[in-house]
Design a protein around this ligand. Structure first.
Ligand SMILES: [Fe+2]
Ligand SMILES: [Fe+2]
Length: 197
């Protein structure tokens, strides 16, 4: 009987990761990650980066809502928002490059079953990149309006919020699934054996 599942699952609309991708998750569920002896420095730092992205996404999206609702002055918003959103966009890009060039190849080498998962995660990165470009466009448009026509801020602020929310949603799904694929392998093998950390 042929497999009825597609070989890859697009990030948009994905709600769960089948066991063929997260093949070690049942042996190492999230409840055992913290405090596991193989949850080393690299893994902890990497999980912290992911949490930082989730936190930035929430704060930046909320900031745009506050601006749209006129709960904050445009100048004060810009001062708070611009350095943070630029940092957020830049760090996502850097994080993905480091994973693609360094960590994904090391992880794929460690277990033949990882190839499918790594392929999925690389596809996610392309989708997140497209979401990031769209969010960036909306953020740039908002900045233009704030500098030129401050009376018309609400619409562009809501569009920036929607762009950031879409990015945060796609990125959040990717981060959760990436962790479910990668962390169990680290706990099973250890960072030194995998050549990371
Ligand atoms: Fe990633
Ligand atoms: Fe990541």
């Amino acid at each position: 009987m042929s497999n009825t599942f597609p070989d890859t699952l697009p990030l948009i609309g994905r709600t769960a990761l089948p066991v063929r991708f997260a093949f070690l998750l049942a042996d190492y569920p999230r409840a055992v990650w913290e405090g596991h002896p193989n949850n080393g420095q690299w893994c902890q730092f990497w999980l912290q980066r992911h949490q930082m992205f989730r936190d930035f996404s929430e704060a930046l999206t909320d900031g745009c809502t506050q601006l749209a609702d006129a709960n904050v002055e445009a100048a004060a918003f810009q001062e708070w928002f611009v350095p943070r959103v630029n940092f957020y966009f830049g760090e996502i890009d850097t994080h993905h490059k480091v994973e693609e060039y360094h960590y994904f190849p090391a992880l794929a080498q460690a277990d033949a079953r990882m190839a499918r998962g790594i392929e999925l995660l690389e596809g996610d990165h392309r989708t997140v990149h497209d979401l990031l470009l769209a969010a960036h466009q909306a953020v740039v448009a908002l900045g233009t309006v704030i500098r030129g026509a401050p009376a018309e801020i609400a619409g562009p602020a809501l569009r920036a919020r929607d762009g950031l929310a879409a990015l945060g949603s796609g990125l959040g799904r990717h981060l959760d699934d990436e962790e479910d694929i990668v962390v169990p392998l680290i706990l099973d093998r250890s960072e030194p054996v995998l050549g990371i950390g």
